[in-house]
Every structure is written in structure tokens, then in C-alpha cells.
Design a protein around this ligand. Structure first.
Ligand code: PBG
Length: 326
């Protein structure tokens, strides 16, 4: 049986008919809101390339998280911008480092009402801006692992719910899992940035977190965007090493990778709708070239349809309002 008795448009006729057959729906409970915590700042500083996003002093972080909660978002991902940087990124694992203080504050204020995640990486804390310890021009994998272990344990001690290693060092998940277990933090989850590509879409983040590499780029450790099978292997390895969830990053040019993960792996999958992807929509919207709400909801729903469970997005605080007025 085909046309004219078969008509695909029957289910599209009204909003409620469409809702009945919708295959995916974006939920606020899927979203994670990234927050930049700036140790050196004494006021909230907007990030020029990311309209609506700011760096927050430690004293204002709880207020920002409260705003996210009021807008229906229950998970935040913290990035620290330290006052001082050094060669090995030691600011990343201080007991009273910027991120540890922020984690303590949020946990004291919100308890289990907010899921607190933190990035485990060195690039925001190193003077050279690379994600690991360097020797000459090399980012040395195995030396970096012990530093990442300290970072994760210090965050767990501060009470973080989920650590998110993003340095793309081989063996980092195994090293972090071991260090967490050995220090009595067997309930701290690991969301691994498993398939993290060397991307042109991180530039605004690097402005926000002041973490652009001074020399060279990250292609020696982040993935080559020509590869999909390699991403699957990275994700499988991270699961074997003990990751509780895996991440694909960026999201938009990598929807096929999200789908591949969904079809082949049974762990929760996160996708990071990164800074450059956010900035593109904002810039076009500010010029009146796209409608921000329509474009953003379409993108976020597309990421979910591709197979992501968790979506990390700078739009997180806007979604509730947009969904209510859809
Ligand atoms: C840290 C890190 C980066 C991002 C998240 N964690 C930057 C990078 O790898 O250069 C980018 C996130 C974004 O662009 O929104 N390594």
C-alpha cells in the first residue's frame, strides 16, 4: 500500500499529533551546565566570544549554580582558572585550589541537589598551556598520569560527584580509578572524555579558561577528526579501564561518533556541545541570521537523537524557558 492511501503527513497535522509520535524529547535532566571559576577575579567577567557566559569568582559560584537550578538544570561541570600557573600545573591538585574550593562550596550549599562534575586536565593550570607535563616539546604521557591522579583525588576529597578526565593521556582512566579507589573514593564516578578530537571549535573556551597552548597544538594527544574507528577503540578502552561513562567531543561535527557509540557500547554516553558551537549560534543570532531558540533546540535535540544521554551545553540555562514557550 502506498500513496494516495498512505500519507505520512497525517501525524504532522497538529502539535499534539506530532507529540504523540515524537521519537526523542530533550529533557532538562539530561543537561550539564559548564561553569568557569576564576580564582583571580573579584567580579563576574563576561566572556566576549561566548555571550551569556562568564567567569565567576569563587564567591559567586553558588549563586550561579542556584540560577541554573532555578532554570531546571541539576548538573554542573566546573573548570578552574587559577591565579598562578606553573610548569606542572600544581594548582590543579591543591587542597585549597580554585576548583577544590568551588566544589566544597557547592557541596556544602546543595548537597545532592546538584551533581557536581569537574574537569581533570592540566591545561588551565600549566604555564605552557598543554594538557600534560612537558619535556622539550613533548607532552609526556606517563609523567602526566601521576599528576592527573592527584587532581582527581583532590577533587574527590572536596566532594565532587563525577571527575571528567580530558587530558587524552593513554591509561588515564585506569590510573585515576586506581587512585580514587586507593584513597577511599570508590563512589566517585569517572566520565571520560574518551573521544576528544583536536578541534577548531575550542577557541572560545581557551579564551574563557585562558588555556591556549603557548607553543604547538594538541594534535599529539587529542584525536584526528578523520577517524571514527579509532574513537570507538578509545571508548572501548576507557570502559575497560573503568570509565563509568564516555564522552564524545565536540558534538556537532561528530554525531556519527555518538551514534556509533550508542549502537556498539552499553555505557552512558555524554556529548559536549562545545564553546565554538555555542558561539556560532550566538553570533548568527545576534546578526539576525538564525533564530537562537530554534537553532539551539534543534541542535540539542539532534545530539540526543544521535544517541547521547548526557548533553553538556552552554545553552543549559535557556532550555527550560524555550521549552515552555515552544
Ligand atoms: C581541557 C578542555 C578543553 C575543553 C574542555 N576541556 C579545551 C581543550 O582541550 O583545548 C573545551 C570545551 C569547549 O570548547 O567548550 N582540556
Amino acid at each position: 500500500m502506498g500513496y494516495p492511501s498512505l500519507r505520512m503527513r497525517r501525524w504532522r497535522r497538529t502539535q499534539h499529533l506530532r507529540d504523540l509520535v515524537s521519537e526523542v524529547r530533550l529533557e532538562l535532566s539530561n543537561l550539564v551546565y559548564p561553569i568557569f571559576v576564576d580564582e583571580g577575579a573579584d567580579s563576574v567577567t563576561p566572556i566576549a566570544s561566548m555571550p551569556g557566559i562568564s567567569r565567576f569568582p569563587i564567591s559567586r559560584v553558588a549563586e550561579e549554580a542556584r540560577d541554573a537550578v532555578e532554570k531546571g538544570v541539576r548538573a554542573v561541570l566546573l573548570f578552574g582558572v587559577p591565579y598562578l600557573k606553573d610548569e606542572v600545573g600544581s594548582g590543579a591538585f591543591l587542597t585549597d585550589g580554585v576548583i577544590q574550593k568551588a566544589i566544597r562550596k557547592l557541596k556544602r550549599e546543595f548537597g545532592d541537589e546538584v551533581v557536581v562534575m569537574a574537569d581533570v586536565c592540566l591545561c588551565e593550570y600549566t604555564s605552557h598551556g598543554h594538557c600534560g607535563v612537558i619535556k622539550g616539546s613533548e607532552v609526556v604521557n606517563d609523567l602526566t598520569l601521576s599528576v592527573l591522579q592527584k587532581v582527581a583525588v583532590s577533587q574527590a576529597e572536596a566532594g565532587v560527584d563525577v571527575v571528567a578526565p580530558s587530558a587524552m593521556m593513554d591509561g588515564q582512566v585506569k590510573a585515576i580509578r586506581e587512585a580514587l579507589d586507593d584513597s577511599g573514593h570508590d563512589q566517585t564516578a569517572i566520565l571520560s572524555y574518551s573521544a576528544k578530537y583536536a578541534s577548531g571549535f575550542y577557541s572560545c573556551f581557551r579564551e574563557a579558561a585562558r588555556c591556549a597552548p603557548k607553543q604547538g597544538d594538541r594534535r599529539g594527544y587529542q584525536m584526528d577528526y578523520r577517524n571514527a574507528r579509532e574513537a570507538l577503540r578509545e571508548m572501548e578502552l576507557d570502559l575497560e579501564e573503568g570509565a563509568d561513562a564516555i564522552m564524545v567531543k565536540p558534538a556537532l561535527a561528530y554525531l556519527d561518533i555518538i551514534r556509533l557509540a550508542r549502537d556498539r557500547l552499553n555505557a552512558p554516553i555524554a556529548a559536549y556541545n562545545v564553546s565554538g558551537e555555542y558561539a556560532m549560534v550566538k553570533a548568527a543570532a545576534q546578526n539576525g541570521w538564525v533564530d537562537e531558540k530554534a537553532a539551539a533546540l534543534e541542535i540539542l535535540t539532534g545530539i540526543k537523537r544521535a544517541g547521547a544521554d548526557i548533553i553538556i551545553t552552554y545553552f543549559a540555562k535557556d532550555v527550560k524557558r524555550w521549552m515552555e514557550t515552544e
